[in-house]
Design a protein around this ligand. Structure first.
Ligand code: G3P
Length: 216
């Protein structure tokens, strides 16, 4: 499973990239709005210069024609830009046109295996089930990831599943066990994945024991 960072925060992206553990970035309008930069294009280009992998940028248009135009624009910014298109009839229409133009897409705000299947049939490069938001309303969000992975494998569909809206480290383990191709993770969850109290205790105990040897 590859890990993408789910943020538009440049410092966080720079740090995670330095650790060598992320292979892409996903953004959405809410994540971009949270950052200082008012220039969306400059922010996406800066992210592309840090991470040598797919960088998702979302369209804001709601009708198919406008989505397609916006997607062409976004994808012309950099070869690694993947255009996020929300689930809707217009979104499916846009993806089917864009896939014929080899423009990479991420079918987002996906909350069911049916939506994921339709995205794959339209030619989406990625579909993004939002696990945490389903959990929030009492559903098992990871089931959508599992179902989509199983369906795509069964029918040899090339679309990749991005487990999205992940909120805690256990989501990452479940996404990996569900066979997600990618998990897109907030920075704080990525940092939590690294830490374990027994590791910290072990490191200080080793240092302490060694100091005793040196001080003898
Ligand atoms: O990747 C989708 C993600 O950004 C949504 O996360 O926490 O707003 O549900 P969240």
């Amino acid at each position: 499973m590859r890990i993408f960072l789910d943020t538009a925060n440049i410092d966080h992206i720079r740090h995670a990239a330095k650790l060598g553990i992320i292979s892409g970035v996903t953004t959405n309008p809410s994540l971009v709005a949270r950052e200082e930069s008012a220039d969306f294009k400059a922010a996406i280009l800066e992210i592309c210069s840090i991470v040598g992998g797919p960088v998702s940028a979302e369209v804001l248009s709601l009708d198919a024609e406008a989505m397609i135009e916006e997607a062409r624009q976004l994808s012309s910014w950099h070869e690694n830009v993947v255009v996020k298109i929300p689930v809707s009839e217009a979104g499916l229409e846009a993806i089917s046109v864009l896939s014929r133009e080899n423009i990479k897409t991420n079918f987002t705000l996906c909350f069911s295996a049916n939506q994921a299947l339709l995205g794959a049939l339209a030619g989406a490069t990625y579909v993004s089930p939002f696990v945490g938001r389903l959990d929030d309303i009492g559903h098992q969000g990871m089931e959508v990831v599992k179902d989509a992975v199983e369906i795509f494998e069964y029918y040899d569909l090339p679309t990749q599943v991005i487990a999205a809206s992940l909120r805690h480290p256990l989501h990452m383990v479940s996404a990996a066990k569900a066979g997600a191709h990618v998990a897109t993770v907030p920075y704080n969850v990525l940092m939590q994945m690294i830490r374990h109290p027994l590791t910290d205790i072990g490191i200080s105990r080793f240092a302490e024991d060694w100091r005793k040897v040196i001080e003898k």
